[in-house]
Design a protein around this ligand. Sequence first.
Ligand SMILES: [Zn+2]
Length: 364
Amino acid sequence: MNKHSRQILSIFLFLFLVVWVGPAYGLIISGTNENVKSRSFRIGGTRYVPLISACRAFGVDWDWDPVSRKITLSKNRSFLVLLVGSNTYSIDGKIGRFKGKIEFSKGIILIPKTFIYGEDWWIEVPGIKTTVRHRINVVVIDPGHGGKDSGAIGRSGLREKDVVLSVAKYLREFLASHGVTAILVRTGDRFVSLGNRANFSNKNNADFFISIHANAWRDRRPKGFEVYYLSAATDDYARAVAARENAVLKMENSSADSINNQDPTVWDLKATENSRESIELASSIIEAMSRNIPARNRGVKSARFYVLKKVDAPAVLVEMGFISNPSEEAKLKTRNYRKKLARAICEGIVAYKNIYDKTNGFTD
Ligand SMILES: [Zn+2]
C-alpha cells in the first residue's frame, strides 16, 4: 500500500468514526473487549474478524453480491469496494492494496483485523438515546413439524419433530437467562401450518424468528449444521433442502398458496425486506455454532423456505444436523448434545442482539 492510498484509507476510517460518533457523544475505542477477541479467527497467521459484525460496530452500510463476490461498504456517500480473495480495495474509485486479503469461510466474510482499525477496531458509544428502532425483546422460536407431520425420521426411529421441540425448549430457557423473551410456536406435539407459524410470529411482534430443524438426505453420508435465510437457492442442494421443508404444504388444506404457483419475483421482493438483518443473524448463529458444536460447519445458505417468507421480522432456519446420518442421529438423541445446540444458537442470537441494540443507539 503506498503512502497516498494509506492516507485515503486513514481518512476513510476517520470519517467512519467521526460520522458515527458525532459531535455530541463521547467515544471509547477499546481493543480489550473479550467478545471481540473470541470472535476473531486466525487463518495462516493473520487475525480476521467477520466483516458484517465490524460494519455493524462502525455503523457502516454494506452490500454483498454473491455472484461477483464483491462487497460494497458505504458511509457518508463514500464507497469502499472489496473483493473476496483479493487484497485490492477501491475507495471512491481509487485503487489501493492492503496486507492480507478478504476471506470467505463457511458463509462468513472475513477481513484482516489490521485493516479495520489497527488492533483496536471495536468502538463503544455510550449514552446515546434514540428511538429510531426498538431493541430486541421478543424472539419467536419455531420448532419445525409436529403432529401428523413427523419431519425427517432417522434409521433408529428418531423423529425430527421431537428433537426440534426439545432443543427449542432449552433455547427458550437459555434466552430467558439472557433477559430475552422467547415464545414457542408449539410447545407440544401439535400440527401447525407453515402460514400459521408466520402469523403467530407477526401477531407476537417478533423481533427475530428462528425456525429449528434437523436435516435429512437420501444417503447417509452428509452431516453437519447449516443456517438458511430467505432468498433464491444458492445451489441444487439448498433447493432440495427447502423442497423437503416445504413439502408439508401438501398436507395442509390450503392448496391455493402452493409453492409452485408463486411468482419467483414475489419471493425475491419479500426476501429483500429483511435480508440484511437475516443474513447478519444467520452469520452470528453459524459463528457461535462453529465455535461450540463439534460437527461439520456447512455454512450460511439461502433458499426459498415458505415458512420464512411470511414472517415480517428477520428470519432464519437452522438445520442442526442430519438425522439421516447414523452418528449424528445418535448425538441428536442425547440431552447433552441438544443442550449444546441450544446454547450455541442462543449465543449467536444474543451476540447479534447486542450488536443490533448497540448500533441502534441503546445502552444498557
Ligand atoms: Zn424440518
